[in-house]
Design a protein around this ligand. Structure first.
Ligand SMILES: Cc1ncc(COP(=O)(O)O)c(C=O)c1O
Length: 473
């Protein structure tokens, strides 16, 4: 359980503690302007939560002043410029840095890095990642439509999912997207889409290597009992069916073990198993090209300086296997690309105490960011400026009419006042993309800091837009 979260300059000063704890690790990385520049700096980078004020990259505490920064800008200053609250705030340079780390890690291998759009489908972020050369992994026809509009090359995308619909498969076939086969009925539907469009379709078999990713059951996907992927015992049946269909070309195998994985040996174990499948399938006469190991690398949500595997650790653990079999390595990172590059910025509505519990009530909620309510996920919470008020233990909760509406439990924070800024960190993945209109909360605006300037990258939704879906009924 996290114990240091607030910023205080008196008493049990959380800010001072953080600065002292991390001063020895201060990183002097200055935000670079381009993906290429980040690439140079990405080698061996371990993330730092305290950096020189105004000179760091991503979200960090200013070592000299205790304010929270996004790249060169104080989040407190941004709050005063932005009319909406809550809002998502991104550091493009941090996201570019994360992508650059993957590119660097893949050096020397034939590879296809595909961004998992489900993590964050902000159109501006998608366009910028497409422009930086990423491929994409998609889980719906609408994601596919948006990805092509954003500039992703369909031939460098993969359509995934256990319940792909005929129209989605036809669109994918038409566009030349690679499609994962997930089940017997999915294969039938893909073959039907190929026949209907008259297009040759490149397919991958999604195989469950049955390796336990040791993560929350909601984000575990690669076990034999998972709803995803084919029955391994039927693999011969799948190969025979594919052979019968001249419009289908089997180009690879895919596995995705789960998300928030913190040990790379898990990827290694799965890759070894997948290689046996590759050899077996090749022995059946198929020319497999791709080994897709999915996404899943975790991040340090705790902000406790956990040493987690980097993209280089991940790729190096499977490098020899990929080389030995002459395969192209496909990876599908989502969380580790975008999560750390964002925070949800909220305003304190008030502070209250009931029984022995202290609450900070904020304007963000489970409608804006549902991971804590949905699967008890921990996301670090901080005030945006230094405080000299007492540090207390708080539950940080939203205004939604549900007791399960919380952003953080038992957080030690300096006591804030009404109107103060408070952020939920690492909110770039599976946060805005899972936001809802529950209690008729409108989905929030999104802003991005890019090379020192603030820009809006999504408008807040309005009640008028909500009412429009009932027009004329
Ligand atoms: C098939 C597939 N690929 C990639 C990802 C991205 O995973 P992560 O965001 O953990 O990297 C997911 C998400 O769970 C997925 O289902």
């Amino acid at each position: 359980m996290q114990t240091i979260s607030g910023r205080s300059v008196a008493g049990r000063s959380a800010c001072t503690a953080r600065v002292a704890n991390r001063a020895r690790k201060v990183c002097v990385t200055r935000a670079a302007a381009t993906v290429e520049k980040h690439e140079e700096k990405a080698v061996g980078a371990s993330w730092q939560f305290t950096q020189p004020a105004g000179k760091g990259l991503g979200f960090y505490t200013g070592a000299e002043d205790g304010y929270l920064y996004c790249d060169q800008m104080r989040v407190e200053d941004i709050r005063h410029k932005v009319p909406e609250s809550p809002f998502y705030l991104y550091s493009w340079n941090r996201i570019a840095h994360n992508y650059a780390e993957y590119k660097k890690a893949l050096a020397g291998l034939d590879s296809l890095p595909c961004y998992a759009v489900k993590a964050n489908n902000n159109f501006v972020i998608m366009k910028q990642l497409a422009a930086a050369g990423a491929g994409a992994v998609l889980v719906s026809g609408n994601e596919l439509k948006l990805a092509t509009k954003a500039g992703f090359d369909p031939k460098r995308t993969i359509l995934n999912g256990n319940g792909k619909l005929p129209w989605e498969l036809e669109l994918a076939a038409e566009m030349g997207v690679n499609i994962n086969i997930d089940s017997e009925f999915d294969l039938e539907n893909i073959a039907a889409a190929a026949r209907k469009t008259g297009k040759k379709v490149s397919v991958l078999l999604r195989i469950n290597p049955d390796v336990d990713p040791q993560v929350h059951s909601y984000v575990s996907t690669g076990l034999a009992s998972s709803k995803f992927g084919i029955r391994n015992s039927h693999i011969k049946w799948f190969l025979d069916e594919i052979r019968k269909e001249p419009l289908l070309e089997l180009v690879g195998v895919h596995s995705h073990l789960g998300s928030t994985i913190t040990k790379v040996n898990i990827f290694r174990d799965a890759a070894v198993i997948m290689c046996d499948f590759v050899k077996m399938i090749r022995a059946e006469g198929f020319q497999l090209k791709y080994l897709n190991i999915g996404g899943g690398l975790g991040i340090d949500y705790s902000h406790q300086g956990q040493v987690l595997p980097t993209p280089t650790d991940l790729i190096d653990t499977v490098r020899d296997i990929v080389k030995e079999l002459g395969l192209t390595l496909v990876i599908e990172p989502g969380r580790s690309m975008v999560a750390t590059g964002s925070a949800l910025v909220n305003t304190v509505t008030g502070v209250k105490t009931n029984g022995s519990k202290n609450f900070i009530v904020i304007d963000g909620s489970m409608a804006t960011l549902i991971r804590p309510s949905l699967y008890g996920a921990y996301q670090h919470i901080e005030l945006t400026k230094p405080h000299s008020t007492p540090v207390q233990t708080f539950d940080v909760v939203g205004p939604i009419c549900e007791s399960g509406d919380y952003l953080g439990k038992d957080r030690e924070l300096a006591t804030p006042s009404k109107g103060d800024g408070i952020v939920v960190h690492d909110a770039g993945a599976y946060c805005m993309s899972m936001a809802s209109n529950y209690n008729l909360k409108m989905k929030p605006a999104e802003y991005m800091v890019e090379n020192g300037s603030l820009r809006k990258i999504r408008h807040e939704e309005t009640l008028e837009q909500h009412l429009a879906v009932f027009e004329g009924l």
